[in-house]
Ligand binder design. Sequence first.
Ligand SMILES: Nc1nc2c(ncn2[C@@H]2O[C@H](COP(=O)(O)OP(=O)(O)OP(=O)(O)O)[C@@H](O)[C@H]2O)c(=O)[nH]1
Ligand SMILES: [Mg+2]
Length: 375
Amino acid sequence: MGKITWFPGHMAKAFNALNRVIKGVDMVLEVRDARIPLSSSNPNLEGLLKGKRHIVVLNKVDLISNSSRQAALKRLQQQGLQALPASSSDPRSVKQLLRTAVGWIQRERAQSELSVMLLVGLPNSGKSSLINGLKMAARATGVLDAQQAYQKRAAVGPTPGLTRQVSGFQVAAQPPIYVLDTPGVMMPAIPSDEVGFRLALAGAIKDSVVGEEAIVRFLLSQISSNPRLAAALQAAQQPGYKPPGSNSSSSRSGYNVAARKRQEAKAKELRSALAAAASVGSASLSYGYSAGGLAHASAALGLQESLQHSLQESAQWHPGDDDAYDASDAQLDELLQQLGVAGQLNPSAQTGACIRLLQAFRAGELGQYILDDVE
Ligand SMILES: Nc1nc2c(ncn2[C@@H]2O[C@H](COP(=O)(O)OP(=O)(O)OP(=O)(O)O)[C@@H](O)[C@H]2O)c(=O)[nH]1
Ligand SMILES: [Mg+2]
């Protein structure tokens, strides 16, 4: 039984709504975050999807390396799943997804007057962004006219739990095909602390449930003990590293050059700080639960266990509540020192530094990390 639970009321409602609408849909696209292709599998959804045509969309592949992408797809295929890579911001991958989904519906549901695809997945996996991408792809390929494509957009944002209701968006005209955007649904119990932290680090669980500092401790412990993550950081420190999205047209336009340069300089600073902090005491850490970061951070999850449903969203664990100073404290201290916020009386400066680090991590500015071991 897992220790962490983040299943607020709107998720329970969403799950019931999924249960009701699932019978009427022709196809389900299960959107997973490519950084957690295994940890994001949700046994609740699996039960729901039995007997339904079902494709796993490995979204945010821009945040992982090509070799991780291949390995993740292979692993999902070995599990008997049909999986397609996508990135909401990459029109080519979204067009491919649209072609596959619409092609299947046109073949298999040729007689139906209206078809429905359902997008499901954990919070923050990019469902709403994908819907907007699908609409744009439908417009670009002439499947929708401009009016149909632009009349309604799905709300998108970095906070998990943004979409609160099921709503429909048209993505094809002949036959009319609608996709249903749904609120992200978490598994009611997370199987282990490690999975809980991976979900939190990827942004699927609200930060305040686990605590920003605890998530950063986990990241540090992983970089210092897992060669795959250490290598990802090293690769990002090479001079030619380009974070995802840095080739997009908006970032090439003159207006953004100065802002982009400042952002790159900040990201470089964060990467060096992360590397310096992760190297503190790394010799005494080994992969897995022996790492101080996990032990400390797990205390946060233990706290959550007793809080259960209602209080979780505002709960925060404070480091230093228990135990002696350990490797995880030393790493976090080093990080805060590197970022120039160590020893400040105002703890929110330190939390703020952790928040900035997590934002940069989630945007791919610190490197391309796959958190699950798919090799
Ligand atoms: N790098 C990258 N970021 C993405 C991608 N797709 C979505 N995002 C970002 O991920 C965050 C969540 O996106 P949403 O589309 O709101 O996710 P959602 O699954 O609808 O989230 P909920 O409504 O909370 O369940 C946003 O900050 C998006 O900009 C992608 O392919 N690559
Ligand atoms: Mg959404």
